[in-house]
Design a protein around this ligand. Structure first.
Ligand SMILES: *[C@@H]1O[C@H](CO)[C@@H](O)[C@H](O)[C@H]1NC(C)=O
Length: 319
């Protein structure tokens, strides 16, 4: 790219010129105005957050001389959690979209055996390239065999999970993952998830999909397929009789209870590249103020569209 260094140089020059124009007296740039800046200096107010959610106060939309009390109804717990929305720092321009979504506001899908709630672009318009699902399975419960056109990355929060998949080469893969471990399924690869009985209450995990338009309600599940194919076709496809399908569910099951399976290995042998990564066993990189673990496709090869930085930040420290 022969043009690039030149462009960089141009950008640097423009920055310098802009800076010189508003520089205060005493600058070494000869052409700078000697006294009045072109704009007032930024406020000396450090503009910190005015309260934390632990405080026992009624928060008000007041910062310095700006704002006024709330006269109408007020959701105090939410206002306590969102100090910089109710009383923003004066440095805010106010045009940036909402950058967080609490799962507490997500509609939850309750099933026998667990639940799932999601965040996607419909509830958080800024997040066009990723969607999230928080899922809970009781011990032995299954998220049935299903497919979707986005990739699926996961982080185990609690308990442990058996996961199984089969890739486009027909190679199967079966593994057990624990808290802090990851899995990743490329787009279109069928997979099934089951909570183990390692914890009596089962497991919970966070799923991330590489498209903000993803919806957990639009995945393609095995029982959904079975219930929408004529039994005559099913029978011929599986080379059996129609009555073999007398007791299939009439609609998608999605999540359902089952018996925890023992840990097992894939009968066909595992795929060459693993679809799980034991991030819980990886050493952290210590930093002043916290730690980090980075897992990208250089060490978790199948995970080509999502990488993780698991960051811990000590109280008061800053990322
Ligand atoms: C995983 O990716 C790294 C970096 O691209 C490469 O050096 C390594 O050989 C890959 N591992 C496998 C098993 O393919």
């Amino acid at each position: 790219m022969p043009g690039l260094p030149f462009k960089k140089a141009v950008v640097a020059t423009i920055c310098l010129a802009t800076f010189a124009y508003s520089a205060p007296a005493g600058t070494l740039v000869a052409s700078a105005p000697s006294s009045t800046p072109t704009a007032p200096y930024a406020s000396e107010n450090p503009n910190g957050m005015l309260w934390t959610e632990q405080e026992d106060i009624t928060p008000e939309p007041i910062r310095g001389t700006l704002g006024a009390t709330i006269l109408g109804p007020q959701n105090v717990p939410m206002d306590l959690q969102n100090a910089d929305l109710l009383a923003p720092p004066s440095t805010d321009s106010g045009t940036v979209g909402n950058a967080k979504w609490p799962f507490s506001l997500s509609h939850n899908r309750l099933q026998t055996g667990g639940w799932a709630r999601q965040q996607n672009v419909q509830v958080m318009p800024l997040a066009t390239e990723m969607a999230g699902v928080n899922m809970r399975l009781e011990a032995g419960a299954l998220r049935e065999l299903h497919w979707h056109k986005t990739a699926e990355w996961a982080y185990v929060l609690k308990g442990s999970m058996n996961i199984a998949t089969m890739n486009f080469n027909g190679e199967s893969f079966y593994d057990t993952v624990n808290p802090g471990d990851l899995w990743y399924f490329p787009p279109g690869v069928p997979h099934v998830l089951q909570a183990t009985a390692d914890l009596a209450e089962g497991a919970e995990f966070l799923l991330v999909f590489d498209d903000g338009d993803f919806s957990e309600d639009s995945t393609f599940s095995l029982t959904d397929w079975l219930s929408h194919v004529p039994k005559d076709v099913l029978a011929r496809n599986f080379q059996t009789t129609v009555d073999a399908f007398d007791r299939i569910p009439g609609k998608e099951l999605y999540i359902f209870p089952s018996t925890p399976l023992p840990k097992a290995s894939s009968p066909q042998g595992n795929a060459a590249l693993p679809y799980t990564f034991k991030a819980s066993q990886m050493p952290v990189t210590p930093l002043s103020g916290g730690t980090v673990k980075i897992v990208d496709s250089t060490i978790f090869n199948v995970s080509t569209t999502i990488a993780m930085a698991e960051v811990t930040v000590e109280p008061g420290a800053m990322r």
